[in-house]
Design a protein around this ligand. Structure first.
Ligand code: HEM
Length: 159
């Protein structure tokens, strides 16, 4: 009787161990099972805020963007730290982080800037340069660029 109980306990333990091993092995060997948010994969709020800060610092004095008089005027009026704050909160929220964006909508905040396709392409070029400078991997870069791209219709002025 005792032997039977021991034997079945060993069987239960063996089954449990065998079932657990493949689970561990799967999570270690298969990156396609990645469930972390883009926010987590980017490293969270600190690295995101650094990338956004560099991005705004590159955008504000850019001579190609500032050929657009409305952009040039706005960059002299709107404090860069204000833009950094809002864009960081927006990226944090949009990538699955714990922030809440409290700024204006993209249509409302960009309508007066007459942003053209050329302006947009320049912004994309600057952003990609900043992401590359910070060694953001290809997968995370393209996911972030897709989020940015989703705002284009509200930001670029229709011809
Ligand atoms: C060519 C592209 C862009 C240019 C030249 C640009 C420029 C600007 C400027 C000058 C402002 C301040 C406007 C004002 O208050 O008078 C602004 C605001 C803002 N922009 Fe952009 N922007 C561009 C694209 C984007 C994109 C792609 C995003 C995010 C995905 C973004 C996010 C914001 C946010 C969050 C604000 C603050 C909104 C608020 O005041 O509540 N911008 N942008």
């Amino acid at each position: 009787m005792v032997r039977t109980k021991t034997a079945s306990l060993i069987t239960i333990l063996a089954v449990a161990v065998c079932a657990a091993v493949p689970l561990v092995a799967r999570s270690q060997n298969a990156p396609e099972t990645e469930t972390r948010s883009l926010y987590e994969r980017l490293g969270g709020l600190a690295p995101i805020s650094v990338v956004v800060s560099d991005f705004i610092d590159a955008m504000v004095p850019d001579s190609i963007l500032n050929r657009n008089p409305a952009i040039d005027k706005a960059r002299k009026l709107v404090p860069a730290p204000y833009l950094k704050y809002h864009v960081t909160a927006m990226v944090c929220q949009a990538t699955g982080g714990p922030c809440q964006y409290t700024g204006r909508g993209m249509k409302e905040s960009h309508a007066h800037l007459n942003i053209s396709e050329v302006d947009w392409d320049r912004m994309v070029e600057i952003l990609k340069g900043v992401l590359a400078k910070h060694s953001v991997p290809e997968k995370e870069t393209s996911e972030l660029m897709a989020i940015v791209e989703s705002t284009k219709a509200d930001i670029v002025k229709p011809k």
